[in-house]
Each structure stands twice: as structure tokens, then as C-alpha cells.
Design a protein around this ligand. Structure first.
Ligand SMILES: Cc1cc2nc3c(=O)[nH]c(=O)nc-3n(C[C@H](O)[C@H](O)[C@H](O)COP(=O)(O)OP(=O)(O)OC[C@H]3O[C@@H](n4cnc5c(N)ncnc54)[C@H](O)[C@@H]3O)c2cc1C
Ligand code: FES
Length: 274
């Protein structure tokens, strides 16, 4: 049993959890993730390791309520336990080696961008961040990212904070003025990562995306997280989750991501949610 030591609601649909896990805390690197189960009958879900150097051998995760299991996870509190945690999984981020990186973080994607951006700063690299969300209420980690860099640009879809529009509007403006980034790193909804990759291809700036394909075992055995990258079949859990955004077949991935939609809706309703 893995004990939850701290729980905080970052906004009505996103929560932060600190979990006691000395072994994962020791081994984890930026860009890696865990797969957890809350109870024996529960599903296994992957979540980025947001923090792994907090005191007392803990890791932290940031969870967006997307369906039954993430709803359930955000309803837990300090003192509650999780049945199992597997990790750290996936390859550590390659971005840490780059000198000038522009992050584009959509919604809960900021949870993964932060530890990678912090590691780049620790290596004396330069970081800029475009932070996007549906509205002001949905933005997370703005203060923490501003403490890392003065270059944080914010946009909200409804214009309730920062620039009104999509992160790609800000990205076009920045790339028109400055094409000297070594890397663009996009993390967020698939449609956002696809749009960023299309734009950065035009400007010929190397781009990494972190793919949130549906995962089950996290070991490359089940094939659930299959994704086509540069006409080759890859498994996001062991070959990724980071890939060259210019080579990912996003259309195929978006179709695969929606394949359990009906079952997911049914399971959420059975759990008493809308
Ligand atoms: C490497 C990786 C890191 C992730 N990191 C985070 C994170 O830090 N914070 C966060 O809030 N979310 C993260 N996710 C997404 C998270 O795993 C899904 O939101 C979660 O599994 C949804 O489960 P559910 O039962 O609540 O929702 P469901 O109703 O089952 O599904 C809602 C949506 O979530 C996606 N999803 C469902 N099951 C899985 C699964 N087993 N694997 C991946 N996606 C799934 C599907 O697109 C689905 O449409 C990450 C995904 C991956 C692959
Ligand atoms: S989750 Fe099973 S192969 Fe990747």
C-alpha cells in the first residue's frame, strides 16, 4: 500500500497528490511516469511523475479528472492508500540536454513540463514557456514556472486571463521573431501537440511531443500504446513517451485514443458521474 501524504485541489478539476514511494523517488528522472491502481478491481492508469525530490522519499503527481479513475483519485485524501505503483516507466526526457527550449504546455501538460524545465535550468540552459488553458481557472503552475523564467506567455481559449486564443497563436508570433530555439517541447492534448508540430515543421525547429497514448502494462508487451512514428511502429510506454512531433501520425493516434469512448462514458455513469 502506498500512502498519500498530502492532497491539494489546484482547481475544481485538477488535484495534486504527494505519495510515499522511496524507491521511485530515488530512481525517477524528468519525463518519466508511473502506472497506478487504486484498488484491486480498479484500472491501471499512467501519470507523469511531477516531483521526485520532495522530502521524505515522496513523489508527486498532478491529476486531471478525465473519467472514472481520475475522478476517484482526486476524491482521495491524505492518509488514504493506493494499491500499487509501477515505475519509473518510460525514457527520461532528452530535452534536458538542450540549451534553449521553448515549452508549450496545455492544461495539465504543465505538470510534466515543470520538472523538465527545472532540470534544464539546473544545467544552465534557457527556458521559455507558453502556458495555455481553457480559462483562467484551468491554469496550473504559473507561479512555479515564473520562478524558473521571466519568459512565461499565457493564453486562455476564452480570454479570461492572458492572451485570448490558442497556444499556437502565441507560438507563431514568437517564431516570427526568434527562430534560434534548439527545441520546441509540446505537452498537452493530442490536437494541440499536432497543431504545434505542424507549425514548427514550417519553421524547421526540432520538436518533441510527450504522447499520452492509452496504456495498460507499461512494459511494451500489450501493444495498447502503439503509435506510428516516421512509418515505424513504436510503443509509447517503452520507446517514449517523448517522440519527434514531426514524425508522429497524429490522425491515427487520435482515432486510437477514442476507441473506448462508449465504455469510458458508461463506466463514468455507473460510478455516478455525469
Ligand atoms: C505517459 C502518460 C502520462 C500521463 N500523465 C498524466 C498526468 O500527469 N496527469 C493527468 O491528469 N493525466 C495524465 N495522463 C492521462 C491519464 O492517464 C488519463 O487521463 C487517465 O488514464 C484517464 O483515466 P480515467 O479512468 O479517469 O478516464 P477514462 O474515462 O477511462 O478515459 C478518459 C480519457 O483518458 C484517456 N485514457 C483512458 N485510459 C487511459 C490509459 N490507461 N492510458 C492513457 N490514457 C488513458 C483516454 O483518452 C480517454 O478518452 C497521462 C497519460 C500517459 C500515457
Ligand atoms: S502499455 Fe502495453 S505496450 Fe505500452
Amino acid at each position: 500500500m502506498y500512502r498519500i501524504l498530502k492532497k491539494e485541489d489546484l482547481n475544481p478539476s485538477v488535484c495534486y497528490l504527494e505519495i510515499s514511494s522511496p524507491q521511485i523517488a530515488k530512481a525517477a528522472q524528468p519525463g518519466q511516469f508511473i502506472i497506478l491502481r487504486i484498488t484491486e478491481k480498479g484500472e491501471r492508469i499512467p501519470l507523469t511523475i511531477h516531483g521526485f525530490d520532495e522530502p521524505e522519499d515522496t513523489i508527486s503527481i498532478i491529476v486531471q479528472k478525465a473519467g472514472k479513475t481520475t475522478d476517484q483519485l482526486c476524491s482521495l485524501n491524505a492518509g488514504d492508500g493506493l494499491l500499487d505503483l509501477a515505475g519509473p516507466l518510460g525514457k527520461p526526457s532528452l530535452a534536458v540536454k538542450e540549451k534553449r527550449v521553448l515549452f508549450i504546455a496545455g492544461g495539465v501538460g504543465a505538470a510534466e513540463a515543470y520538472p523538465i524545465a527545472r532540470a534544464i535550468k539546473q544545467e544552465r540552459g534557457e527556458v521559455a514557456v507558453i502556458l495555455g488553458a481553457k480559462s483562467a481557472e484551468d491554469l496550473i503552475l504559473e507561479k512555479q514556472l515564473r520562478a524558473l523564467t521571466s519568459k512565461v506567455y499565457v493564453s486562455t481559449d476564452d480570454g479570461s486571463y492572458g492572451r485570448k486564443g490558442f497556444v499556437t497563436d502565441l507560438l507563431s508570433e514568437i517564431l516570427l521573431k526568434d527562430k534560434s530555439f534548439d527545441l520546441i517541447y509540446a505537452i498537452g492534448p493530442l490536437a494541440m501537440m499536432a497543431a504545434v508540430s505542424n507549425l514548427s515543421r514550417h519553421y524547421k525547429v526540432k520538436t518533441l511531443v510527450s504522447l499520452n497514448s492509452i496504456m495498460l502494462d507499461g512494459t511494451g508487451m500489450c501493444g495498447s500504446c502503439r503509435v506510428t512514428v516516421g512509418n515505424e511502429t513504436k510503443f509509447a510506454c517503452v520507446d517514449g513517451p517523448e517522440f519527434d512531433g514531426h514524425l508522429v501520425d497524429f490522425d491515427e493516434l487520435m482515432k486510437r485514443q477514442a476507441r473506448f469512448k462508449k465504455k469510458e462514458c458508461r463506466s463514468r455513469k455507473l460510478a455516478g458521474k455525469k
